[in-house]
Design a protein around this ligand. Sequence first.
Ligand code: HEC
Length: 305
Amino acid sequence: MIARTTIFAALASLAGMTAAIASAGSAKEAEHHHWHFAGPFGTFDKDALQRGYQVYETVCASCHGVEQLSFRNLGQKGGPFYLNTCPAGFADNVDCSNPNENPIVKALAAQYRYQVLDGPDDSGDMVERTPLASDRIPGPYPNEVIARLANNNALPPDLSLITKARHHGPDYVYSLLIGYADAPATVEITPGQYYNPYFHGDMTQALKPEFLDAEGHVVDGVVVPVGGVLAMAPPLVDGIVDYADEATPETVEQYAADVVEFLTWASEPKMEARKSMGVMSLIYLVILCIILYWSYRRVWAGLKK
Ligand code: HEC
């Protein structure tokens, strides 16, 4: 009996907890974008990956790292800058399909906006040097303290795995980037904070005092806006990145879609290999079934009469 009451009490408190979590804040459901990489046969759009890298490097890299990636990954098969063969003018003994020899990757590393910290040298000091294709892509801040100092005490997360770390990651990051909006009239936002309906937060705390009663409860009839506030100012504006390809629009939506394509690739560079492996296994199983069925007919053929 005691056991049963304990279970009921536990269940009741669990239900209470879930209700509390549900009411702690809500966000607008992410826009559903049609992705080239979606579905069992989806692949990455290489042009979008290249543009996405450009958006990351020009805009997001001021605050976010992609520390799981090395420059050489950009030139691996399936990566944004993979080359099957060398461009004209290269010696025969150079293999550009090798990411360490890929001229685009080497140039991107050599011209990168941050240096890598190497060493210690002979006198025990750490030295900064130009990155090589084999180096990890260096991030903007040497450590978390400096990152927070530069960002109003918020920490810009590393973006290498962000599309996996969030629910419906690609749709969510896309919606977040294009979804900044003016704060609703019922809330007051502190400087350095920005309202975004897709960000999970609790806007109750931001309600203007006149919408809260003496105990801090929301006054009847006042609707708490969905979304939340974050310390990232809208990073994209039309025209901020100059695409070499004149046909691609230089709009916030296009930049957001391209950078999400790149970040999704970054979180799973082997996705295409995994999917084609799945398709090959299915074909193999289908052929196996046909052979088995055929041999079954052969084996039993004589006995049926
Ligand atoms: C000026 C600095 C700055 C730039 C530029 C910037 N961000 Fe951020 N970003 C931040 C900070 C700070 C946070 C943490 C915000 C918080 O938790 O309040 C953040 C958070 C994020 C998050 C996490 C949101 C979540 O759900 O927790 C994503 C995704 C993100 N940024 C993507 C991007 C992308 C993509 C770009 C480039 C298009 C970019 N950011 C450019 C500073 C920046």
